[in-house]
Write a protein that binds this ligand. Structure first.
Ligand SMILES: C[S@@+](CC[C@H](N)C(=O)[O-])C[C@H]1O[C@@H](n2cnc3c(N)ncnc32)[C@H](O)[C@@H]1O
Length: 106
């Protein structure tokens, strides 16, 4: 089941329309150096990893309820130092909450 969902997310995120839409959205966020950004329901980390690559001077935290998805996200993030992952419920953010400048959720 997990593998099927991962394939599904990879397929969707690979569609030219989705890629263009997401790239457009990230540019509009105007993320600045030193900002901290929380991606709620980050799944396998597609958005939060792409943003961490595009904005190397900002720090990102991906939150998701699925431990399985987070393991994949961590492995895909590789050696990126500006993205971390946290397991938790987006309806009830884990406390103490890290201080964030911006919250995104796709
Ligand atoms: C459709 S996926 C989207 C993943 C990612 N944002 C993307 O665009 O590729 C939805 C994600 O929401 C997560 N999720 C659902 N309910 C959640 C909750 N209450 N708190 C945190 N994550 C949740 C699921 O585990 C799943 O990874």
């Amino acid at each position: 089941m997990l593998n099927e969902l991962v394939h599904c997310l990879d397929f969707m995120n690979g569609l030219p329309f989705f890629k263009a839409y997401k790239a457009h959205t990230w540019e509009r966020l105007k993320i600045r150096s030193g900002q901290k950004i929380l991606d709620v329901a980050c799944g396998i980390g597609f958005d939060v990893i792409e943003m961490a690559i595009r904005f190397p001077n900002a720090d990102f935290l991906g939150l998701d309820s699925s431990e399985g998805f987070l393991e994949i996200a961590k492995s895909r993030a590789g050696n990126l130092t500006n993205v971390k992952f946290l397991q938790g419920n987006g309806d009830r953010l884990p406390c103490p909450c890290p201080i964030m400048n911006l919250m995104v959720s796709e």
